[in-house]
Ligand binder design. Structure first.
Ligand SMILES: [Zn+2]
Length: 326
């Protein structure tokens, strides 16, 4: 078998190899080292690259990846899983979205691929991650979460030709009802779009919530859907589950809060919105209702802020636009 080497994780034979990928150094000189596991099957097949915690406080995917590493037997696997369950490791250590060492510029790891070896903290990190990703990945699945426990939607890079078709197949096998075939001109600098432009079919899962919105059921369900994707790719034996009809979106819109205060929402993930649908209500510090914000778009709720308090300038609602049955 050809060697697969991601940092100090080196795989030359069936089984699990673990190690770390150095993406920079801490202020004390210790390495910023991302955990890597390579699960190699006994038979040849595709290489599926999985990473979680691109945003350091989005841990649902980390647990889905762990569940997969624990339960997939190399004897049953055709191909290889390369898993980086805690990608933005310094952000995860602080239970926050971005690295605490990113002091300038835009520190969102998912806007900095393919990275720059001489760039800012996050750009260097992205560079060291993207080199082996581009070298080895036949497919990319990138795990994220949003605000509440009921978040379940997905997007794939809708690239031309084979790359887009293969990504659409992954999305269909994952089977979330709400899916965005994402146009390539959005989410610039994401691993999704960067890899797709390099011909790697790429897919993002948005499953579950951050912090107290973490949910074991979403993890179990996600792990089974991931096994279904591997069945679809021929990496595992068994019939591919058809999860039923989907909505495809044309795009999405983030609506930010322009008022602060105590907030209670009226809608939940998956609800259909019309223009003018009331999204919730703000109270002032005396308990009086001061505003009921309305949806500016028709679509489906992908994520909604759960309050109970809200400053201005945070995501109030994330809407999938123009849903159509497929
Ligand atoms: Zn995220």
């Amino acid at each position: 078998m050809d060697e697969i080497r991601v940092g100090t994780a080196v795989s030359t034979a069936p089984g699990v190899s673990t190690g770390n990928l150095r993406t920079g150094d801490m202020p004390d000189g210790a390495p910023i080292a991302i955990p890597v596991a390579i699960l190699r099957g006994e038979a040849d097949g595709p290489t599926l690259w999985l990473h979680g915690c691109v945003h350091g406080d989005e841990l649902c995917g980390t647990y889905i990846i762990h569940e997969t590493l624990r339960t997939v037997n190399p004897a049953d696997l055709k191909g290889t899983i390369v898993a980086l369950p805690m990608l933005n490791v310094t952000a995860s250590q602080k239970i926050q979205r971005m690295s605490p060492f990113e002091l300038f510029g835009n520190g969102d790891l998912n806007r900095n691929f393919p990275g720059d070896p001489d760039g800012l903290t996050t750009q260097q990190m992205a560079y060291h991650i993207y080199q082996p990703l581009r070298q080895y990945a036949d497919y990319l699945i990138d795990f994220h979460t949003a605000l509440t426990v009921d978040v379940r939607w997905a997007l794939y890079a809708n690239a031309a030709g084979e790359t887009g078709r293969k990504a659409a197949g992954v999305a269909r096998a994952w089977g979330y009802k709400s899916t965005l075939p994402a146009p390539l001109d959005i989410l610039g600098g994401s691993a999704l779009m960067t890899a797709a432009k390099d011909g790697i079919p790429s897919f993002i899962v948005e499953a579950g919530g951050t912090g107290a919105a973490f949910d074991r059921d979403t993890v179990e369900d996600g792990a089974e859907r991931l096994r279904n994707v591997m069945r679809h790719l021929g990496m595992l034996k068994g019939e591919v589950t058809d999860y039923g009809p989907q909505y495809d979106f044309s795009n999405f819109a983030w609506i930010n809060s322009t008022r602060g205060g105590l907030f209670e929402n009226y809608v939940k993930c998956g609800d259909r919105l019309e223009v003018g649908t009331k999204l919730g209500r703000y109270f002032d510090a005396f308990g009086d209702v001061v505003e009921e914000p309305e949806s500016p778009h028709a679509g489906i709720v992908l994520a909604i802020n759960n309050g109970p308090v809200m400053p201005t300038g945070v995501v109030l609602v994330h809407i999938g636009l123009d849903p159509r049955d497929v």
